[in-house]
Design a protein around this ligand. Structure first.
Ligand code: ADP
Ligand code: ZN
Length: 431
């Protein structure tokens, strides 16, 4: 196995648990230095890391939520002097005060090592040309993989997102072999390629790292088939540094959550109690590799499950299933709970359907109306209403079978539905 740190990556469960307890205690010591946690932890009787005797004691620590991070803006979660901090990241803050994280140099080095590990897990190496099409800036998606890619010895093209014409040109002129992008942008780029005068054989692309937004397995397969490459799922969130919390390996059998750096729990959405491996719940994470902003038991709102058993690659960190959505993504349509991922799965299973779709929710009288707008595959859109109507009824029937609601379907030509530069906006709720 070619990897970043064989000893840590193949550590047995017992060794891993011991390491995690040690690191968790250190995280609690750091947390007690922050204004926010010194109050929060003392309120439950934790005044020193010695109050944690085993990993089970972690459950004494209350969960941390996004609102806690907002309330702590700007320095309530800082555990050291600002002079020791070398980087900050913040969320966009569109729905309230932004959340901020700080990193000291050691924190940054640790994160970089995790990104090296993730890149190596999918087969990246020195000599690769890495075009990073995630947004650079306060958002961690772009800059997050940048330093690890350099450290690994790849040639990094910090393209950032958008400017599709330039992306193709960079890919062609510099022989890009690896890209990092949202899955929706990969599909968009494929769809627009011929408009810009390019074809897949103009490129040397081998791999895409796709993440930052939920996507069905069918979307991965579509990207792989269209581009003729391997696509790997990459998961992260700003509160836990950003990309490289969990990453697929070349087995493509779930994402290894790097347990020597993150302590993971999966809890029931209602009772907040831990669920069994294999059962879906909300992912709760504690970052073990950051000092400047410790965050304990963070409720990510992301829904996933632990995959039981060992991965064939030999890495011992447990794997999580692809994120099916966020607890706050759930739509209630005339009393029925529906996740956007359920709709996506049905659409993507139909080969006639294209690469982009939108879910609209409207009010008609007192009732909710669900409208699915989807593009059809290249060359399939036609004036033959019989053909189009047959497609509409098939999609409607398949959706009804999956979500128990028969939506109104609108078919569109490829390339007409809106595309975002960053994360895709799939749901438009006009109710
Ligand atoms: P960043 O990508 O910089 O971490 P945010 O913190 O704004 O940006 O977004 C993190 C959120 O994005 C996660 O909590 C999750 O909901 C979503 N996300 C990230 N990666 C994936 C992925 N591979 N699959 C599904 N959702 C993802
Ligand atoms: Zn593996």
């Amino acid at each position: 196995m070619v990897c970043q740190n064989e000893e840590l990556e193949t550590l047995d469960r017992e060794g891993l648990r011991a390491l995690q307890l040690f690191q968790f205690k250190r995280a609690v010591t750091n947390a007690l230095r922050t204004p926010f946690y010194s109050e929060r932890l003392r309120s439950v009787g934790i005044t020193s890391s010695e109050d944690l005797k085993s990993l089970a004691d972690i459950e004494k620590i209350p969960f941390t939520t996004k609102d806690d991070l907002r309330d702590a803006y700007p320095t309530g979660m800082l555990s050291c002097s600002m002079d020791d901090v070398v980087r900050m990241h913040a969320s966009s803050g569109t729905t309230g005060d932004p959340t901020v994280i700080y990193l000291n140099q050691k924190d940054l080095d640790n994160w970089t090592d995790m990104t090296v590990r993730s890149l190596m897990a999918v087969g990246c190496h020195r000599g690769d040309v890495f075009q990073n099409m995630m947004t650079y800036g306060l958002f961690t998606g772009g800059i997050g993989l940048h330093y690890g890619a350099e450290k690994l010895g790849m040639l990094v093209i910090p393209a950032s997102s958008g400017n599709t014409a330039r992306q193709y040109k960079l890919m062609k002129d510099f022989g890009t072999t690896v890209v990092h992008a949202t899955p929706s942008y990969m599909l968009h780029m494929y769809g627009k390629m011929s408009d810009y005068g390019y074809k897949p054989s103009d490129f040397k692309l081998k791999r895409a790292l796709i993440g930052a937004e939920p996507h069905a397995e069918e979307i991965r397969q579509k990207i792989e088939e269209l581009w003729g490459i391997d696509a790997y799922n990459s998961y992260g969130l700003s509160e836990m540094n950003g990309p490289s919390v969990a990453f697929e390996c070349q087995e493509k059998a779930g994402m290894h959550l790097w347990e020597d750096s993150y302590y993971m729990e999966v809890i029931d959405r209602d009772s907040f109690l831990p669920v069994e491996d294999g059962t879906e719940g909300e992912l709760v994470l504690t970052i073990l590799i950051r000092t400047a902003t410790p965050i304990l038991r963070y409720r990510t709102k992301d829904l996933t499950s632990v995959i039981p058993g060992k991965c064939a690659c030999g890495r011992s960190s447990r794997r999580i299933n692809r994120i099916t959505g966020r607890t706050d993504d759930m739509m209630i349509i005339n009393g029925v709970n529906v996740f956007p991922s359920q709709i996506e799965e049905v659409i993507m299973k139909m080969p006639e359907m294209g690469n982009n779709y939108r879910i609209l929710l409207r009010k008609k009288g007192t009732l909710d109306q669900l409208i699915i707008q989807t593009e059809v595959s290249e060359g399939l859109f036609s004036d033959d209403t019989r053909k189009m109507n047959a497609l509409v009824s098939r999609l409607r029937d398949d959706l009804r079978a999956s979500i128990t609601i028969a939506p109104q379907i609108e078919l569109h030509e490829p390339g007409v539905l809106p595309v975002q530069e960053g994360k895709a906006i799939r749901v438009v709720d006009e109710r």
